[in-house]
Design a protein around this ligand. Structure first.
Ligand SMILES: Cc1cc2nc3c(=O)[nH]c(=O)nc-3n(C[C@H](O)[C@H](O)[C@H](O)COP(=O)(O)OP(=O)(O)OC[C@H]3O[C@@H](n4cnc5c(N)ncnc54)[C@H](O)[C@@H]3O)c2cc1C
Length: 295
């Protein structure tokens, strides 16, 4: 059994910020674990600028922001276990982990859960038809393109005009792909105005408001979708070879589903609530970690 005073699960922006803050506030027995081999969580795959205006006074890319945070982590004695997945958390204050192919346990006094969020998938939507290849969530597509340089398709439809949908519309356009349109059920786009002005307007990417997808076509690979106008009820078939869903994020709290709000447990970052801006996730995590180690 490994022992520590504070266990932080997840080394994204919020996890790193809370570990550093806890260390600076006098807790010197901290273990930070992440299933990935690199710290930073979602940040390394976000190659666009737009991170860090409040914290660093300039706009950084996701990887730049991650390396600033990682640098601050190196200045502490926090122990980081990469490639370590937490499988369960028990009432008796220990976590079961999988590390280097072996199971182990970590006992702790306090635990900060910084496990991020997951994306809603096409399966969660009332869309008829088959589920062929060529359908990705926006985060999956971002990882495939930005980190693994994969070619996902040529004729792209995007469902959802939140920040992720708009950022990926620009990404595909810069990759030389044709973004047919972003479909949005509301009367206006869902993301931040700055992303609309940076990602949509300059590239003249169409947003079809008050529309949604009701059916997917294709067997081996997606060949098109049925698009419905929510005001008139009119439908039409739009051919495409790739569908990107950007329809919402869900805080990742599976690990604590059976725990009944114990007083040693703290939630930070996107697993507490979804943060549009990383600076707000970091500021909140620093504050919560300070309180956690003071008690
Ligand atoms: C596409 C996209 C674009 C964005 N653009 C901007 C922007 O321009 N400007 C801005 O300020 N903000 C932006 N944000 C928001 C910001 O990046 C996030 O709010 C913030 O980085 C979230 O950090 P987090 O630590 O909560 O979660 P994450 O970064 O998701 O980190 C969670 C970590 O927990 C780990 N984990 C989860 N479960 C386990 C487990 N069981 N065991 C071990 N490890 C586990 C994961 O591997 C991951 O590393 C963007 C977000 C996205 C998704």
């Amino acid at each position: 059994m490994i022992e520590c005073r504070l266990l932080v699960v997840g080394a994204g922006a919020a996890g790193i910020a809370s570990a550093v803050s806890a260390w600076k506030n006098g807790c010197h027995s901290i273990l930070l674990v992440d299933r990935s081999m690199q710290p930073g969580g979602i940040l390394p795959q976000c190659l666009h600028e737009g991170f860090g205006l409040a914290k660093y006074g300039k706009e950084l890319t996701g990887p730049e922001y991650a390396s600033q945070l990682t640098e601050s982590l190196r200045e502490t004695g926090v122990i980081f276990f990469p490639g370590t997945e937490v499988l369960s958390i028990s009432h008796e204050k220990y976590a079961v982990i999988s590390r280097r192919g072996l199971l182990d346990k970590i006992s702790f006094e306090k635990l900060i859960l910084a496990a991020g969020c997951r994306e809603k998938t096409i399966g969660s939507l009332p869309v008829a038809g088959t589920r062929p290849a060529g359908i990705f969530t926006a985060g999956q597509a971002q990882e495939c393109i930005n980190l693994h340089h994969q070619n996902l398709g040529k004729e792209i439809l995007i469902l959802g005009s939140g920040d992720l949908g708009m950022i990926m519309a620009r990404r595909f356009t810069l990759e030389g792909k044709h973004v047919i349109a972003i479909l949005e059920q509301d009367l206006s786009y869902g993301g931040m105005a700055r992303n609309f002005h940076r990602c949509i307007e300059p590239y003249r990417i169409p947003i079809w408001y008050r529309t949604t997808i009701t059916e997917i076509h294709g067997t081996g690979r997606i060949t098109g979708v049925t698009v419905k106008n929510l005001d008139t009820g009119e439908t039409k078939q739009i051919p495409c070879d790739t569908l990107i869903t950007a329809v919402g994020l869900i805080p990742e709290r599976e690990l604590i589903r059976t725990l009944d709000s114990p007083d040693w447990l703290y939630l930070v970052g996107n697993c507490r609530h979804i943060h549009e801006l990383v600076d707000s996730a970091v500021a909140e995590a620093e504050q919560i970690a300070r309180e956690a180690v003071a008690l």
